[in-house]
Design a protein around this ligand. Structure first.
Ligand code: XCC
Ligand code: SF4
Length: 625
């Protein structure tokens, strides 16, 4: 018997989401929430992490009654192996994205493309210096070639450590060296994780977990950091600017083209092509007043940070954006793109266009997007969107709200510039206790949780306590829609944060970018630790992913912890079937890396936990609580 669907009121905190969920039900369109209802209750073994499918002597499910798999693996080994592979999946996603940026740099260096350029010579030279490449008096292209070679080599197995470990405080690196946790090469750590978890290899759960941490560090300080830094070099370093968010950014009188996924390589070209006079003229001929490019998820974040495009929504808004009936095309690259978007698009005139061979969707229009032909392909894609405008059914259009204002563009370079050229004023504000600490809230939506209820609540609770919040990924749109990403939001902050942010004219919640841009937060923590001559784990900082769902979020959480950052998750990963692994995650790691995970579903309590932690760290630094 079919289950009753959950009431719409329980699915999201947002009016725009609820309006579109009603429309979906009225029009008979299935969403992620309907499918979750059909998938629950989930398999208990899988939830606990005690299922193993790593060979065909199994699959095995272990329990108290049946504690060993066919090969003899116990729950600890099985849970650790599953978690290790989960993290490797996330690290692979971020890092392969990073590699794609190196390939664009290669196309620039080899003269194969004129559509992409080195926009930030100074940044290119600065990072070259950081990874030990000579820059003095050398032509930019020579430096760029060496940077490209260096970063390609970071993915291999010939290095002792990935290049950006030059940013890590020495005490932290020594700690990693002692634990055999130094990330040597991005692909190497991911491949080794697959090897270790083959039947008959690493059968010691803590040892597997240490390698999981090394794999995650290869993501944070390797693949993701390369992705962020080269995106800045090619597309520009983000600077503060205003934009807008929610489904109201979709415009009834315009051709609406949504960009979705993670990588700016395709979407930056789409945005440029949407300004092409010929395409604009054609849009006008068909009765539109212009071409509107709006963002979803992290591709949206990338373009929001650098170009200020409006944000239509985060993960759980992606189906709902199409349900407005006013989207001519959705153009995707990879990651977090629900395959259901093809079906939802099919219910309207919406064209679903994929652009990467590694992320193809049956039923999509496919473009094999290449740096050489990028602009030409982008024009073709935008043209498909423009022509689709003629097929729009005005009777089915419902754009449920007006957009809200948000401020974006907080790169470390922009923050340093706003502070007058160095991080010293930030260090002083922390020392004075005006800013008591900082927490990065990152990651996703998960249909098991009322959309954005935790993301917003935690941010609100923390700023009240004079804790600066940095947001990335899908938490961005949540914070934006809640009115936390504008300077006026200081009214919701504690007195210290209000004073500092008020003087600088910035919000108490800063948009720090996409999910790979969590590397910016790592870099900031390392810079603060170096400035104070302490370890990252000595800083009054934390990280959180309240509504996470993805393998990538697990990789981010683990590299944060392994870097010494106390990290909150709103719900546990599938590890509870092993006491050894669970205890290691929530307490044992403290002795090893100076930080742990903590799991808490109540955001008032989570904020209190951060508060306690920050008090302890401030005291140890000789500061007021
Ligand atoms: Fe995906 Fe990055 Fe999560 Fe959003 S936050 S649901 S991973 S888009 Ni990264
Ligand atoms: Fe079962 Fe061991 Fe094979 Fe896993 S590796 S499926 S536990 S026999």
């Amino acid at each position: 018997m079919a289950k009753e669907p959950r009431p719409i009121e329980e699915l999201s905190i947002w009016d725009d989401a609820k309006a579109m969920l009603k429309k979906a039900r009225a029009e008979g369109i299935q969403t992620v929430h309907d499918r979750l209802d059909r998938q629950t209750p989930h398999c208990k073994f899988c939830e606990l992490g005690t299922t193993c499918r790593n060979c065909t002597m199994g699959p095995c499910r272990v329990s108290e009654k049946n504690p060993l798999g066919v090969c003899g693996a116990d729950a600890d080994v099985i849970v650790a192996r599953n978690f290790g592979r989960f993290v490797a999946g996330g690290a692979a996603g971020h890092s392969d994205h990073g590699r794609d940026l190196i390939e664009v740099l290669e196309a620039i260096v080899e003269g194969e493309t004129s559509d992409y350029k080195i926009t930030e010579e100074n940044k290119l030279r600065a990072i070259a210096g950081e990874v030990g490449i000579k820059t003095d008096g050398r032509p930019t292209m020579d430096v760029a070639r060496d940077v490209m070679e260096c970063f390609f080599a970071d993915f291999g197995s010939r290095k002792k450590e990935v290049s950006f470990l030059s940013r890590v405080p020495k005490v932290r690196k020594d700690k990693w060296a002692g634990l055999k946790m130094i990330p040597r090469g991005v692909d190497r750590e991911i491949a080794e994780m697959m090897h270790r978890t083959h039947m008959g290899c690493d059968n010691d759960a803590p040892n597997t977990m240490i390698h999981a941490a090394r794999t995650a560090l290869a993501d944070g300080w390797g693949g993701s950091m390369i992705g962020t830094e080269l995106s800045d070099v090619i597309f520009g370093v983000p600077t503060p600017k205003m934009s807008t968010a929610n489904l109201g950014v979709i415009k009834a009188d315009k051709v609406n083209l949504l960009v979705h996924g993670h990588n700016p390589v395709v979407s930056e070209m789409i945005l440029a092509a949407a300004r092409d006079p010929e395409l604009l003229a054609r849009a006008k001929e068909l009765g539109a007043t212009g071409i509107n490019v709006a963002g979803l998820c992290c591709t949206g974040n990338e373009l929001l940070m650098r170009q200020g495009i409006p944000m239509a929504g985060n993960h759980l808004m992606t189906e709902l954006a199409i349900i407005t009936g006013a989207v001519e095309a959705i153009v995707v690259d990879y990651q977090c793109i629900m395959p259901s978007l093809v079906q939802v698009s099919g219910c309207y005139h919406t064209k679903f266009i994929d652009t990467a061979n590694k992320a193809r969707f049956s039923g999509a229009i496919h473009f094999d997007f290449q740096p050489k032909t990028a602009m030409k392909q982008a024009r073709e894609i935008v043209s498909i969107a423009v022509e689709a405008f003629a097929q729009r059914d005005a009777g089915r259009v419902d754009i449920p709200c007006e957009p809200v204002e948000i401020m974006t563009g907080f790169s470390n370079e922009a923050v340093t510039a706003a502070l007058g050229g160095s991080l010293d004023p930030l260090v002083q504000a922390i020392a004075a206790g005006d800013i008591r600490g900082a927490v990065g809230i990152v990651g996703c939506n998960n249909p098991k949780i009322k959309q954005d209820s935790l993301n917003v609540k935690l941010a609100e609770e923390l700023i009240k306590k004079d804790i600066l919040v940095l947001v990335t990924g899908c938490v961005t749109t949540a914070a934006g829609k809640a009115g936390l990403l504008v300077p006026d939001a200081i009214e919701k902050a504690g007195p210290g944060l209000k004073k500092v942010c008020g003087a600088l004219g910035i919000p108490p919640v800063l948009h720090y970018g996409s999910c790979v841009d969590n590397a910016r937060i790592l870099q900031l923590c390392a810079a603060l630790a170096n400035a104070l001559n302490v370890d990252i784990s000595d800083l009054p900082v934390g990280a959180s992913s309240p509504e996470w769902y993805s393998e990538k979020a697990a990789a981010i959480g683990l590299y944060a912890v392994a870097s010494g950052i106390y990290t909150h998750l709103g719900h546990p990963p599938n590890i509870l079937g092993s006491e050894t692994v669970t205890n290691l995650a929530v307490s044992g790691l403290e002795d090893l890396v100076g930080a742990t995970f903590f799991i808490e579903g109540d955001m008032v309590k989570a904020a209190d936990m951060f508060d306690e932690r920050i008090k302890t760290k401030r005291k140890a630094l000789g500061l007021s609580e």
